[in-house]
Design a protein around this ligand. Structure first.
Ligand SMILES: *[C@@H]1O[C@H](CO)[C@@H](O)[C@H](O)[C@H]1NC(C)=O
Ligand SMILES: *[C@@H]1O[C@H](CO)[C@@H](O)[C@H](O)[C@H]1NC(C)=O
Length: 259
């Protein structure tokens, strides 16, 4: 996939500055023709963008993933985004015999794409509904890298949705059904720092935590877009939970603040 420019968005209100935008290096947003069957076209021998799909339980893919216009942030301004994705974990979501419940997509890049040097903005929006609302009984790790240098956690000792960087809680918000939470991790791989941008609904992202030191690194294929639930104390009892994801992409240059 070639890098492309997001069109510059002009603010309708006079006097507001132009919304600047960087260059999208990898996009995981879904156009109107994408279906849940498309995830299964990816395999280790057919590594097609946008996502690797192998971290999941034993059920059919549509148990764990769904693609629909109802699953995106309705306030999304992304021109390419027609649909969002439901990522579900349930009590069958053990992967590789682990006692954690996991359903995770991983960016599939094409050769030459580098998501792990310079400054990169990792964008995503999350929502939960009243039906299959995530249990706060167990800790969840959400939108994490393999080394967990930046991630969200929810449940267990932290009942709020909490941002961790460098292993320390930095910021949190209550997780309420029906609210869209928009994020971007601003990762400086040269300076080894991460900043957090956040907003809700259709609001522009704001810098909520300035650069925090962290052991930033990625091989461009270890960002986990999904949830891992630590069920160890009582494996397979947490039940089904749905998380809705929208606006997942990585850019460089000027951070896009519009959701
Ligand atoms: C929709 O997205 C898929 C996957 O990214 C891509 O292969 C396909 O060409 C796109 N279709 C259209 C009509 O843009
Ligand atoms: C869309 O954005 C507006 C402004 O932030 C907000 O009031 C509204 O609740 C949002 N809609 C949804 C479904 O998040």
């Amino acid at each position: 996939m070639k890098a492309r420019q997001i069109p510059i968005l002009l603010s309708a209100a006079a006097g507001l500055p132009l919304v600047s935008a960087g260059t999208v290096l990898w996009s995981g947003v879904f156009n109107e023709s994408y279906t849940v069957e498309d995830f299964d076209k990816w395999s280790w021998s057919n590594q097609i963008p946008p996502y690797q799909w192998y971290i999941h339980g034993s059920g059919a893919t549509d148990t764990y993933l769904g693609v629909s216009a109802d699953f995106k942030n309705p306030n999304s301004t992304l021109a390419d985004e027609a649909q969002g994705v439901r990522i579900t974990i349930d009590d069958t979501s053990s992967w590789n015999g682990q006692t954690m419940m996991r359903s995770e997509l991983i960016p599939q890049i094409t050769s030459g794409t580098d998501l792990g040097s310079g400054v990169r903005y990792y964008h995503f929006s999350l929502s939960a509904s009243e039906e299959n609302f995530p249990t706060s009984e167990f800790e969840h790790q959400v939108a994490f890298f393999e080394s967990h240098f930046t991630e969200l956690k929810y449940g267990g000792s932290a009942s709020d949705l909490t941002w961790y960087a460098g292993g320390t809680a930095q910021w949190s918000t209550a997780l309420e059904a029906g609210v869209w939470y928009n994020f971007a991790y601003g990762i400086d791989f040269d300076s080894s720092t991460v900043a957090l941008y956040a907003s809700t609904g259709g609001e522009d992202l704001e810098l909520v935590v300035d650069a925090v030191s962290a052991s930033t690194s990625t091989n461009s294929a270890d960002w986990h877009v999904g949830q891992l639930r630590l069920d160890q104390s009582a494996p397979g009892t947490g039940g089904a939970e749905d998380w809705f994801w929208s606006g997942v992409y990585v850019e460089e240059g000027d951070v896009t603040l519009a959701v």
